[in-house]
Design a protein around this ligand. Structure first.
Ligand code: SF4
Ligand code: SF4
Length: 131
């Protein structure tokens, strides 16, 4: 049976924005938790992958402030295992974009020990954490 989710009107815009940015049907998530149990980064996250999906479904904007969306390594394990075919990595990317598109970086380059990082890690970090 499909669950009916009642969302406050003021939070619908947030849900719509994430759906638009990610291209994913977030409302299709059935909260099975497979993404959470599959995620190699879940233990480091303050909100589980399934919790991220739930927060977006109910329009809870506070998920943008979570550490979890930055810990997502875009490994696509959850994506290939989701029974609803949802690409959760695209959802976390959309949530990161909500910050980065305001030109707010999630990394302080002055704090990064650039010489101790492989070049590819530095490039990846710049692409993921800067607007
Ligand atoms: S695996 Fe898919 S359907 Fe299940 S909780 Fe995660 S995103 Fe939702
Ligand atoms: S894509 Fe992100 S949320 Fe999904 S399993 Fe990988 S690290 Fe976890």
């Amino acid at each position: 049976m499909t669950e009916v989710i009642h969302i406050e009107k003021k939070n619908v815009k947030f849900l719509q924005k994430v759906v638009e940015l990610s291209g994913e049907e977030v409302t299709m998530c059935e909260q099975c938790g497979i993404c959470t149990t599959s995620c190699p980064m879940a233990e480091e996250m303050d909100v589980s992958p399934a919790g991220i999906m739930r927060a977006v479904q109910i329009g809870d904007e506070s998920v943008v402030e979570s550490k979890a969306i930055w810990f997502c390594a875009s490994c696509f394990t959850c994506t290939v295992r989701c029974p609803r075919g949802i690409d959760l990595a695209k959802v976390t990317e959309a949530l990161r974009q909500l910050t980065l598109r305001k030109n707010v970086d999630h990394i302080d380059l002055d704090e990064v020990k650039k010489e101790s990082l492989p070049a590819i890690a530095l490039v990846s970090a710049l692409r993921k954490f800067t607007g």
